[in-house]
Design a protein around this ligand. Structure first.
Ligand code: UN1
Length: 515
């Protein structure tokens, strides 16, 4: 193992040069196949992980259920206190965990650390929530009656997370689920097992210290069969899945067929619209970060750019200058802004998409080639690309599909209405952003005839949402919300309780049933 990697693993007590347990249900184990964790920057094998076998998953589910039965009776503010300790545990290892995200996922260091910060933030949020997950009292039409709407813990929540946010998205789910009194069982992406092991190890130490069952934060690493077992299990009340539209469709159908609940956070195909009155000193860097941040591998990455014809030339000139200044580098180096893609397959996808762009005669303004020199030979480096396809038909595959790589497609418009129509004309509906100084445009954009995405920003890019707002999308992006807002309400079961404290028993709607 390179010293670049071994320092980071050692700082988090991950054993070097021996197989690492990838299952935790109160005990560390793993009797399934051995999965390799690869470094996207150098191509080296970081570790071999003992993933979950079918028997491991079944056992972990039983342990999760038992843990839930114990935990649901713990008062919510006490659950909040455990979350506060988890928050401290994460904050103490913020830099180390951030570096591991960078090592294993490939995103740059500040973004790796930023993910741990998101987990810390949502813990803070959930500590507060643990004293505020209020039901309500509804006015009854009958004298001497009250109706209460009561939130109670839900059960076991399975979190199936993606490689691109290997910590934050799990954190959003764990924190809310935990505050709500549930047990969580986590299946991370098969390509980021080490990160999930390091996070679970910190959380589990806090649970154990508080004499709580470790299976409140279970972990089952592995591939498709592990995910399928969780999704199919009647022991899982809520499945929170982040990933592709293709897999999300299968997950959604499987969960609904057993009347389970699901939260689906699937593809994004996010657009930025720049009006002629926009402040370009905000808009150009905003679009730049949205399109090339995380090397274009966020669900919220900017993939489509609609420029008003009056500012298009100037905007593109300034944007191309920024693209030209980007140098691929080791994402662990503090001054690197562009790391590798996560997998070889993503490099191939980037290439085949550019081949397709060439085949439809698109103008390639930036990128579109491989690098002559890359920081490491085995790394998955690609050039971020700006393309102007000839067609603005949003049903063409170049516009309608999410390509998980740094490719930004540009089109010019004359009227805002046209750009909003393009924004809404694709299957996905996660994030969107409008750059303008005109209040009338803002009203249109955020109103009934505006953007149909779940995230609708003004003078802020498509990516980089804070935890306080609810996060999620519409249409083929899926449904449900994570993180802030009212998202917590999905992690509880709701009861409407009518209580009669009178000496009469009147029926609702004035119904008579005298006998
Ligand atoms: C994702 O890409 O799935 O808004 C999550 C953002 C981040 C989360 C993205 N806070 O870009």
């Amino acid at each position: 193992l390179s010293s670049r990697a071994s320092g980071i693993l050692s700082a988090l007590d991950i054993p070097l040069n021996k197989e690492v347990s990838g299952v935790y249900d109160g005990q560390w184990k793993g009797s399934g196949e051995i999965v390799e964790s690869l470094c996207p920057t150098t191509g080296e094998v970081l570790a071999r992980i003992k993933s979950a076998s079918h028997a491991d998953v079944s056992e972990a589910l039983i342990k999760s259920r038992q843990a839930y039965l114990q935990f649901r009776d713990v008062p919510a503010p006490r659950r909040g206190e455990i979350l506060r300790q988890i928050r401290e545990g994460l904050a103490n290892k913020r830099e180390e965990l951030g570096a591991l995200v960078t090592l294993e996922m490939g995103k740059i260091r500040t973004e790796g650390v930023g993910e741990i910060q998101e987990f810390i933030d949502i813990c803070d949020y959930a500590v507060g929530l643990s004293r505020m997950m209020n039901g309500r009292l509804v006015a009854s039409e009958r004298p001497g009656h009250s109706i209460l709407e009561v939130p109670n813990p839900l059960g076991v929540v399975a979190v199936l997370s993606a490689f691109n946010f290997p910590v934050a998205v799990y954190g959003w789910n764990l924190a809310l689920s935990f505050a709500a009194g549930n047990a969580t069982i986590w299946k991370p992406s098969p390509t980021t097992p080490l990160t999930s092991i390091a996070v679970t190890s910190i959380v589990s130490q806090i649970l154990e210290k508080n004499n709580l069952p470790g299976a409140l934060a279970g972990l089952v690493t592995g591939g498709q069969p592990v995910g399928e077992a969780l999704v199919a299990s009647k022991e899982v009340e809520l499945v929170s899945f982040t990933g592709s539209e293709r897999v999300g469709r299968i997950v959604g159908q499987a969960v609904v067929s057993r009347f389970g609940k699901s939260i689906l956070e699937l593809g994004g195909n996010n657009a930025s619209i720049v009006m002629p009155d926009a402040d370009l000193s905000l808009a150009v860097p905003g679009v730049f970060f949205g399109a090339v941040g995380t090397a274009g591998q966020r669900c919220t990455s900017t993939r489509r750019l609609f420029l008003h014809r009056d500012i298009a030339d100037e905007f593109l000139e300034r944007l191309q200058k920024l693209y030209g200044s980007l140098k691929p580098g080791d994402p662990l180096d503090n001054d690197t802004l562009l790391g590798p893609l996560h997998t070889r397959a993503a490099v191939d996808l980037h290439k085949s998409t550019i081949d397709y762009l060439r085949s439809i005669d698109a103008d390639i303004l930036s990128g579109g080639k491989g690098y002559d020199v890359t920081p490491y030979e085995g790394g998955n480096f690609v050039q971020p690309t700006i393309a102007v396809p000839k067609s603005v038909d949003m049903s063409d595959r170049i516009w309608s599909t999410e390509t998980f790589a740094p490719i930004l497609n540009v089109a010019m418009f004359d009227e805002l209405e046209e750009a909003i129509q393009w924004n809404n004309a694709v299957p996905q509906g996660l994030s969107s952003s409008l750059w303008t100084r005109d209040l009338r445009n803002v009203g249109k954009w955020t109103g009934p005839s505006g953007s149909d995405a779940g995230i609708v920003n003004v003078n802020a890019g498509t990516s980089g949402a804070e935890i306080g707002a609810s996060f999620g999308g519409n249409k083929s992006t899926g449904w449900g919300r994570e993180s802030g807002g009212d998202a917590w309400k999905q992690y509880v079961r709701w009861s409407a309780c009518t209580i009669n404290f009178s000496n009469e028993a009147p029926l609702a709607q004035g119904v008579n049933f005298d006998f």
